[in-house]
Design a protein around this ligand. Structure first.
Ligand code: LLP
Length: 420
């Protein structure tokens, strides 16, 4: 969210807009809590990432887990995006949204046999394999289906991405990937199997990374292995560097995509390899806000609380990671600021959207939580039997409902009492 009249979320006089639509209007029409995404913001983030690699053979596979709403996937599918999935469910979403399965890479620590079969039959581009047991299962399923499975091994390069411990994935203590030492043996095994086709190599070292160095270190390590494999007669066609490019939540300086691309190009040298990327956050985060309403103000002793109608079941990042996300008044007002914990109605002390935040708020005010387009709605739950908020996509002056607000009937639809 910017303070200027620019960008997808901006003020028009004292009112916050998403593209050409007032968020106050949206709250009046759709209620709160509601997720609001900007189509233009998704498209421009996508274009910026893709354009940075112009001149280098590449495929950008949007990480569906960041925001898997069908409307969001539809926007990206129309752009010709590839997709990075971690489940059969995400593959079904990509296909339902019109995405091309041949541009899908399948990541994730473990895939079930039925999911592998579904992906194989859909002709996905590649399985990013994370263990010896997974390689065995993929080989078995591919043998049964009678179709060789394209595979790449996710290497754990043991580099420190300098990010939150819960979202660092490239250290040897993490559960992710295959240790470097085991990789050559697994590649040899895969290469010898008639049911597996070795196509690439992969790594993903973490998320919300704001400097180029960890990516450069990981790529250097991965390419060493590519060269060793080539020397032993195993040809690799693509290098997948995963996702992880960070955004600005508060005062971080995100890495410059042109510099990132040029650093990678230099390390690649004259190797004839396709580059693949799996960005999620940097495509979707800044394209969304979570709209909520202040239900009331209360103080317990020294502490002042702004109680809002969104909670940890809606936006989990502050509770789970202590994440800081900007909170802005939808309608600017002339009231003195005070320091508040912004909390939801859920029965947990860990239920907060912000701690010690300076805000000018009163009951009934609308607030927008910023950078909520990635790892927002996708991580929401029905805890406390709270229905998930609506998800809307703004396109210029149009508003599309990309997911309806859940009703109480929706929440109980799959449940049953016992027979009499
Ligand atoms: N590829 C793989 C294999 C991944 O595990 C992830 C994210 C991505 C790509 C996309 O990474 P991104 O470009 O979005 O950083 N819930 C956490 C983030 C978890 C990220 C998990 N993996 C959060 O809210 O910060």
């Amino acid at each position: 969210m910017t303070e200027q009249n620019a960008g997808p979320f901006h003020f028009v006089s004292d009112e916050l807009y998403a593209e050409g639509v007032s968020l106050r209007r949206i709250a009046a029409d759709w209620g709160t809590p509601t997720w609001v995404y900007s189509r233009a913001a998704i498209e421009s983030a996508w274009d910026a990432f893709d354009a940075a690699f112009t001149g280098q053979p590449h495929l950008v596979c949007y990480a569906v887990k960041a925001n898997s709403n069908l409307g969001v996937l539809d926007i990206l599918a129309r752009k010709g995006a590839g997709f990075d999935i971690v489940s059969g469910g995400e593959l079904a979403r990509v296909i339902a949204a019109g995405g091309d399965p041949r541009k899908v890479v399948y990541s994730g620590v473990a895939k079930r046999a039925d999911e592998i079969e579904m992906a194989l039959r859909a002709n996905i581009a590649c399985f990013n394999v994370e263990s010896a047991f997974e390689l065995d299962l993929i080989e078995q399923v591919a043998g049964a289906v009678g179709k060789p499975a394209p595979v790449s091994l996710r290497i754990n390069p043991d580099v420190d991405a300098g990010t939150h411990p819960y979202i660092a994935t490239g250290l040897k203590d993490n559960k992710f990937g295959v240790p470097m030492a085991e990789a050559p043996g697994l590649y040899a095994r895969a290469d010898a199997s008639p049911h597996l086709a070795v196509t690439g190599i992969d790594c993903h070292i973490g998320s919300q990374i704001t400097s180029i160095a960890p990516f450069a270190d990981a790529l250097t390590i991965v390419l060493q292995l590519v060269d060793d494999l080539a020397a032993s007669g195993i040809a690799i066609e693509h290098v997948d560097l995963g996702g992880g490019v960070g955004v600005r939540y508060s005062d971080e300086t995100p890495l410059d995509l042109a510099e990132y691309a040029s650093a990678i190009g230099q390390i690649m040298g004259n190797r004839q390899l396709e580059l693949r990327f799996e960005p999620g956050r940097c495509i979707a985060a800044d394209a969304g806000v979570l709209l909520c309403e202040v239900m009331g103000i209360k103080s317990n002793g020294e502490k002042r609380f702004a109680v809002v109608d969104a909670a940890m079941n809606d936006l989990l990042r502050p509770s789970l990671y202590g994440a800081w996300q900007r909170i802005t008044n939808v309608v600017r007002k002339d009231v003195a600021e005070d320091t508040y914990d912004v909390v939801g109605p859920v029965c947990e002390s860990g239920d907060f959207l912000a701690k010690d935040r300076s805000l000018a708020v009163e009951a009934g005010d609308l607030l927008a939580v910023g950078s909520a387009g990635a790892y927002g709605a996708v991580m929401s739950s029905n805890y406390n039997t709270r229905g998930r908020g609506a998800e809307l996509i703004v396109d210029g002056t149009d508003v599309f409902c990309a997911r309806e607000r859940e009703t109480i009937a929706d929440l109980m639809r799959l449940e049953h009492t016992l027979p009499p």
